[in-house]
Design a protein around this ligand. Sequence first.
Ligand code: SF4
Ligand code: SF4
Ligand code: SF4
Length: 284
Amino acid sequence: MATSCKKMEKIQGHPCFGGNHHKNGRMHLAVAPKCNIKCGYCTRKHDCANESRPGVTSRLLTPAEAMVKVREVMASPITGPMIKVVGIAGPGDPLFNEETFETFRMVGEEFPHLIKCLSTNGLLLPDRMAQLKEIGLHSLTVTLNALDPKVGAKIYSHVYYEGKRYSGEEAAALLLMNQLEGIAQAAELGLTIKINTVLIPGVNDDQIPLISQKVKELGAFVMNIMPLIPNADFAHVVPPSPEQIDVLRKANEKVIGQFAHCKQCRSDAIGLIGENLQLENPKL
Ligand code: SF4
Ligand code: SF4
Ligand code: SF4
């Protein structure tokens, strides 16, 4: 299906989807504290490793506090003109927190021109798709690290779904099933989809080409291969070098476009990619 003009216009405004990342910025709202899975690289002492780097934990905001922040940022002559995207990426899984939906509803009412973007582990995607449609989500990032449940079981220690806790391959297979179904539904809905894959050397190297092929077939727009930040269960793993990541991106770019500017931002980052104006200017 050809990408519509309206969709293309929005993609061009989105720095994480290949839009002009020197000019267009995004604002992350850290309103989603809880998570429903456990990734081996996550310590929960800092923001979700889906979209973050270790460091100071962002201050959790209520939806009302988040709105105060959005108003301040949009009124500022420094940030107002550059912010094109409001993203919710943590610190837990946005789909597992009602605050995510409440915040997006409020942002949509007051700032309808801002692109709504969300980043998730994908477990609840099929369950939440109708709500995502209702709030008018434009872009979606799903972190998908394995297609083989045996590999997934080495990455995810447990998954909590519909009141039940799963572990091992059963957990990984359940997560995978919902991720793939969710990506297919999101593509059907016309969302612009980015797939984040954390490369964990010695664990999921062989999964990368399989993932790129599969998500392309399902309708994803771009892939973002991210280096592991060694932590928790994977604290001992030597992270991949920028050169290794580069080689992988090149090998997969014929299958699906590769996003090469990711700076693994925190879930409260504000400004251009790699920038957090909030840290430089606490008033924001
Ligand atoms: Fe941590 Fe994010 Fe994984 Fe949840 S989805 S365990 S918050 S890295
Ligand atoms: Fe959207 Fe993710 Fe980029 Fe945030 S980090 S703006 S949630 S793609
Ligand atoms: Fe964009 Fe930062 Fe998200 Fe990477 S982590 S996709 S650079 S906002």
